[in-house]
Design a protein around this ligand. Sequence first.
Ligand SMILES: Nc1ncnc2c1ncn2[C@@H]1O[C@H](COP(=O)(O)OP(=O)(O)O)[C@@H](O)[C@H]1O
Ligand SMILES: [Mg+2]
Length: 344
Amino acid sequence: MKIAILFDENEKLHSTSWSIPWEEYCQRNNISYQVVNPYLNNVIKKLLEFDIILWHYSNYSFKDMLMARNVLLTLEDRGKKVFPAFKDAWHFDDKLAETYLLESVDAPIPKSYYYYDLESVKTAIAQNSFSFPVVAKLRNGSGSHNVKLVKSPAELLSYSGKMFSTGLNSAPSLLYKASSNIVSAKNIKTFINRAKRIPEFLRSLANAKKFNRERGYVYLQEFIPNNGYDLKIVVVGDKLSYIGRNIRKGEFRASGGGDLFYDKDKVTKDVIDSAFKTSDDLGFQCMGYDYVVNAETGKGMIIEISYGFSHHALLAAKGYFDRDGNWHDEPLNVPYEIAGRMIG
Ligand SMILES: Nc1ncnc2c1ncn2[C@@H]1O[C@H](COP(=O)(O)OP(=O)(O)O)[C@@H](O)[C@H]1O
Ligand SMILES: [Mg+2]
């Protein structure tokens, strides 16, 4: 069994890259593997020599988003075992694609609306198709950068006018990220740890700046009233773990704010069941679900999905739930879990 882990050894790995634990896993278990640079010519011919190919590609990297799926899907098509596989990632970093997929299995999602011309938005407003406020999102991006609350028809028309003309820049805003992180740093240690990561954030940002403008659609979700937090729920096989994320002060968005909490009582049986069911229905090897819990009904709603996330933050939950909802005090190391499932 030949194993390839894909990254460019000349580029510094981001501290959250799963390549680091994947290499660790192989070394600890005396499994031989090779690091292969995925960006070179003839990469396919090279990778066809392997049986298992692992690549934690990132939505912050323009070149990854340009070609990572092409490389992995070609290999999967040729019978290789790859991570992430087609089912995990054909929709990665595309909230419109995710919505179609989740709708197809009746997953618990907020009412969603997508329009591909301005006339349809105007008609929907005239017909009172949704109530305000409504959440408008670009299809791509993370850390809440491209998600906003639209409070009135006039605001929606102005947003839509932009989306059907010049479009919006989908690159993350440094100012928003930095201010969210500084505000949420509760002690000097957290603050210093975050400051240390500024250089790698700037590197990600330089990459992300290459992203195209988004235009030609308007994507809206019903606003779910919540109790001040959302949950990142991760399902791998028969295990489920979580990260609690408080929303930023004075607004409704949690993701990217950096204010995490771990209170497993917040992970209700309803959330556990629907996350396992969605992963089963859709054949995911590994999936991170963002859940907002409706404060009025108590029901967990999936607002987006993503195969990748911070495995460090998940380790800090110090355990996982099984399918019966029983908690096990053993941290869920997702990259190890994936390597274990693929390599054995
Ligand atoms: N429909 C919604 N109702 C209420 N809050 C939402 C909704 N969608 C997103 N949010 C909030 O906004 C944040 C960012 O939205 P999300 O779709 O996860 O985008 P991103 O890809 O930037 O993480 C979420 O973490 C959540 O706190
Ligand atoms: Mg999110």
